[in-house]
Design a protein around this ligand. Structure first.
Ligand SMILES: Cc1ncc(COP(=O)(O)O)c(C=O)c1O
Length: 379
C-alpha cells in the first residue's frame, strides 16, 4: 500500500500545549488549581469585550464577514496602515502557518528552508517541517540572546522564510532596535522575514522598537500580532498580520474565507479600543515580574537562576530537572511549563499571574526545590 502521508509529516513532533486545568482536575482530583503555563492574561477578558461578546451571541447563526472589514479598519486606524496591508487569522499562529503555506513549496528540490533562532517559538519548526521545508536553526548567544548575525548568515538561496519572535518565547529576551534594523536590512532580499510580536505590549526596554516602524527598510516583511496575550482573548483565537499589499494578497488567496469568527472579530475590535484594560494588564504584569525577580533572588542559594524577561513569563533554571519540579508543582495544583521539549531539561517557564498566583507559585517552588535536592534528584 502507498504511504498514508508524505514522509515529512511523520517528522513533525506535535506541539505540546500547557496542561489544561480540567485535565489536572481529572488526573489528581484537585479543585484549587492555577495555570501559569500558557502565558494567558491573568486579568481575564475586559468587561467591555464581554459585553460585546454577549451581544454577538445573538448572531451566531450567520457567517462572519470573510474580509473582516470592520476589524481590519480598526487595526488600520490603530497602526496607520492600509486595508490591503492587513490579514486577520484565528490567532497569530494561523497567520504564521499561512505564511508557510504561501511561501514554502513542499515539493522543492533542494528543500525550501526556513530560518529560526535557537530556543525560539516551537510552532515555527513544527509548521515548517509539516509543510516539507527544512529548518535551519541559527545558534544563539549567551544569556539566550538571539544572534542576529548568525540568523543573517544562516540565509541562503533556498531560504524562503525567516522567523524572529520579538520579544521571544520561551526565553523572554528581545532584540534591540539596532539589531532589528540590521536584520531587516541584511537578510537577503528574496527572503520573507516574519517578525512575530505576540508579546509586544509587555516590553519595557527603551531600546526595543516594533518592526512596524521599519517597514520601509524591507519589502518582504510580515509583522504578526495577537489578541491572545495582553488583550485577554486567547480562547477566541484572533490575531493579525501587517505586510505589503502584494504579500497580503497572496496570503489571502489561500486563507480560509471565514477564518476569524464573527465573535472573534467583534471582540477584537472592542479589545483594541479598551486601552485601559491593556494598560492595567501591563501594570499587573510589571508588578508580577518584580515579584518573581524578588522571590527568585531569595532562591538563588537553592541554585535557581532566571533569564531577565520582557514578556509575561519567566524562564527559570533549576538545580534539579524541570520535569521533577513541574510534577511536584502539579501535585500542589500549580501548572507550569516544562522546557525539555525545547532542549532545556533543567528549565521551567512560568507565566506571570496575579499577585496571589505568583505568591502561591513562589511558595511552592521554595518548598519543592529543597525537597527534590534533598532526595538527590540531580539536574
Ligand atoms: C511567540 C509566539 N507567537 C505566536 C503565538 C501564538 O499565539 P496565538 O495563536 O494565540 O495568537 C504564541 C503563543 O504563545 C507565541 O508565544
Amino acid at each position: 500500500m502507498k504511504p498514508l502521508v508524505s514522509p515529512y509529516i511523520m517528522q513533525v513532533k506535535p506541539y505540546v500545549a500547557g496542561k489544561p486545568i480540567e485535565e489536572l482536575q481529572r488526573e489528581l482530583g484537585l479543585s484549587d488549581i492555577i495555570k501559569l503555563a500558557s502565558n494567558e492574561n491573568p486579568l481575564g477578558t475586559s468587561e467591555k469585550v464581554r459585553e460585546v461578546v454577549r451581544k454577538s451571541a445573538e448572531r451566531l447563526h450567520i457567517y462572519p464577514d470573510g474580509a473582516a472589514f470592520e476589524l481590519k479598519q480598526a487595526i488600520c486606524d490603530f497602526h496607520g496602515v492600509q486595508m490591503n496591508e492587513v490579514a486577520t487569522g484565528a490567532g497569530s499562529d494561523e497567520l504564521l502557518m499561512l505564511a508557510i503555506d504561501t511561501f514554502i513549496d513542499a515539493g522543492a528540490s533542494p528543500k525550501d528552508q526556513g530560518v529560526v533562532a535557537e530556543y525560539s517559538f516551537g510552532s515555527y519548526p513544527i509548521s515548517l517541517i509539516g509543510h516539507g521545508a527544512e529548518v535551519v536553526t541559527a545558534p544563539g548567544l549567551d544569556g539566550f540572546q538571539v544572534d542576529v548575525d548568525a540568523m543573517i548568515a544562516a540565509c541562503g538561496d533556498a531560504t524562503k522564510l525567516l522567523f524572529l519572535a520579538n520579544p521571544n518565547n520561551p526565553t523572554g529576551t528581545y532584540v534591540s532596535e539596532d539589531k532589528l534594523r540590521k536584520l531587516l536590512v541584511e537578510v537577503p532580499e528574496h527572503v520573507v522575514v516574519v517578525i512575530d510580536e505576540a508579546y509586544h505590549d509587555y516590553i519595557q526596554a527603551d531600546d526595543y522598537a516594533t518592526a512596524l516602524d521599519f517597514r520601509d527598510l524591507r519589502e518582504r516583511l510580515i509583522i504578526t500580532r495577537t489578541f491572545s496575550k495582553c488583550y485577554g482573548l486567547a480562547g477566541l483565537r484572533v490575531g493579525y498580520a501587517v505586510s505589503t499589499p502584494e504579500i497580503t494578497d497572496v496570503m489571502n488567496r489561500i486563507r480560509k474565507p471565514f477564518n476569524t469568527s464573527l465573535v472573534a472579530q467583534e471582540a477584537a475590535i472592542a479589545a483594541l479600543a479598551d486601552r485601559e484594560f491593556v494598560a492595567e494588564s501591563v501594570r499587573v504584569n510589571n508588578e508580577g515580574r518584580a515579584q518573581y525577580e524578588k522571590g527568585f533572588a531569595q532562591m538563588k542559594e537553592l541554585g535557581l537562576e532566571w533569564v531577565p524577561s520582557q514578556t509575561n513569563f519567566m524562564l527559570v533554571k533549576l538545580p534539579v530537572p524541570g520535569r521533577a519540579v513541574y510534577d511536584a508543582m502539579l501535585a500542589l495544583g500549580v501548572i507550569l511549563r516544562p522546557m525539555d521539549g525545547y532542549g532545556l531539561p533543567n528549565y521551567l517557564r512560568i507565566s506571570i499571574g496575579t499577585q496571589a498566583e505568583n505568591a502561591r507559585c513562589l511558595r511552592g517552588l521554595k518548598e519543592v526545590i529543597p525537597t527534590l535536592c534533598a532526595q538527590g534528584v540531580d539536574a
